[in-house]
Design a protein around this ligand. Sequence first.
Ligand SMILES: [Cu+2]
Length: 151
Amino acid sequence: MEGRSSAKLVAAAAAVAVAMLVLVPEATRAERFIVGDAARWTWGYNYTDWVIKKGPFFQNDSLVFMYDPPNATVHAHSVYMMRSAAAYQSCNLKAARLVANVMQGAGQGYEFVLKKRKPHYFVCGERGGIHCTMGQMKFIVKPKSSACRDD
Ligand SMILES: [Cu+2]
């Protein structure tokens, strides 16, 4: 009984090791970006410039949004995804999808994996779109195929 279960354990461990060998090369190629770097996700930082500086982005890269939960001294922030370029341009949040609420940027931040090769229109949804318009809290990322990564 004992021998059989430990043989099973060895087989399971071997299977895991093989799976890791297969998965790790792909996983290590993906990059993780703190949105805004030291500025994090905040009012008045130019995220469009940040995207130009950091890009190109590839499929399976991830964006980490870091911002403090609302308190007496800091503004609340959030992350929304616009469904169209027009909504993005005008900061019209009516049909936007909530990605991370005002609490989810705390601690290690909120991680968004860029799974799809489509334009992602990120904005802050606070103050009825004023953080998006006046605060410049908006940017577009269109990940390239991970096959195009030339590192
Ligand atoms: Cu904001």
